[in-house]
Design a protein around this ligand. Sequence first.
Ligand SMILES: NC(=O)c1ccc[n+]([C@@H]2O[C@H](COP(=O)([O-])OP(=O)(O)OC[C@H]3O[C@@H](n4cnc5c(N)ncnc54)[C@H](O)[C@@H]3O)[C@@H](O)[C@H]2O)c1
Ligand SMILES: [Zn+2]
Length: 393
Amino acid sequence: MLQEKNPTLQIYTKLKYYNKFCQFQILVIFANMEQTIINSSGYSIFIGNDVYDTIRSFLYRYEFSEHKIFVLVDHNSRRYCLPRLMSNIQLFQKVHILEVPNGEEIKDISYCQKLWQEMADNNADRNSILINLGGGVISDLGGFVAATFKRGISFLNIPTTLLSMVDASIGGKVGIDMKGLKNQIGLFSNPQVVFVIPEFLDTLPRRQLVAGFSEVIKHAIIYEKNYWEELSNQSFDEIKDWKELIDWSVEVKNNFITEDPLDKGFRKVLNFGHTIGHAIETFSFQNDNEFLLHGEAIAIGMICELYISSKVTRLPKSEMDEVIHYISSLFNHYPLRSGNFDLILDIMKHDKKNTGNNYNFTLLSSIGNSMINQDVDAKLILDSLRFYQNLGS
Ligand SMILES: NC(=O)c1ccc[n+]([C@@H]2O[C@H](COP(=O)([O-])OP(=O)(O)OC[C@H]3O[C@@H](n4cnc5c(N)ncnc54)[C@H](O)[C@@H]3O)[C@@H](O)[C@H]2O)c1
Ligand SMILES: [Zn+2]
């Protein structure tokens, strides 16, 4: 055991070789504490149930300073996650809590105005810091509020859903929705640091956990066949070691964002499932009483885009069937009506990534091999929606 050799500090560097490039991941073990550190574009991501000491050290400079710490929470992250931070880190007794309701609806300019005002009323200055404690909605909204308040103050993310741990809290995309259209207003702004505490998942409802898992599936199929096989050979309900799974998934996303921080090219690989998935998410947001979660819409998008991949980039049918079977075992079928297909296409036209009449896709040529900038015509998109629809009959 590493700890027995040197109880105070052990640094163990894991070198992982993938088929495309080699990536560095550092696992630091302080006595009995274990945390993974992944370096991103100018900031670090700490992952582990023992990161409280690291958070304390990071915030130390605020302990005796005038500069305020603000913590943005929704009802659930306030109820389930904030108490754990408060009991582990004394400084959290003194922070100013900004609370918003749960849900996508708060990614709206009206909430930005309320938060900017509340921060101003409570003496926020350029050296204040905003801690986003919550899921992707909180890191998107809080990151945007911080990046625009007084031309930008620092923020850090402590994600509390699986989706935000493996996806939304890293990569620097922050923003809000406009008139029911997702993520229309926003910018790139990186957090100072990200702390991922996997045990926060203990209180997350299963539906949310499964939805977040769709991004984990995506990371496996766009990147590494061996990992996909490992992942798909275990039953979702038997997953015990969320930390290991999060380490791996963050590392995949991080590979792409560090190569392409402003989403100009290479990072488009991460869009797999999202061209159609985003449109279905927006459609559901505008039309359903109980709308689809981001990850649920992406699961549908992945099925449609696997189908398109089999037609355009020759993804073998056996691989397509294998992944679709796995996704379908986790997600309920969503009843898509043919009468709404044109509306979904229309929403895709508004997508920032689609220019003119071209629909820009990232597709798979095989599991683990993705191809960006694939032009797909409307007819094939409609076929893929029909393909998905028929899976439910
Ligand atoms: N910026 C990006 O790169 C990026 C990437 C992917 C998704 N997103 C955005 O993320 C959002 C979705 O994020 P999400 O799925 O995390 O949704 P969310 O933030 O709405 O959280 C889901 C639900 O879980 C609750 N919750 C959060 N943590 C909890 C916990 N530990 N225990 C119990 N309940 C908890 C929340 O209150 C909420 O009701 C979307 O707006 C999407 O557009 C952004
Ligand atoms: Zn996503």
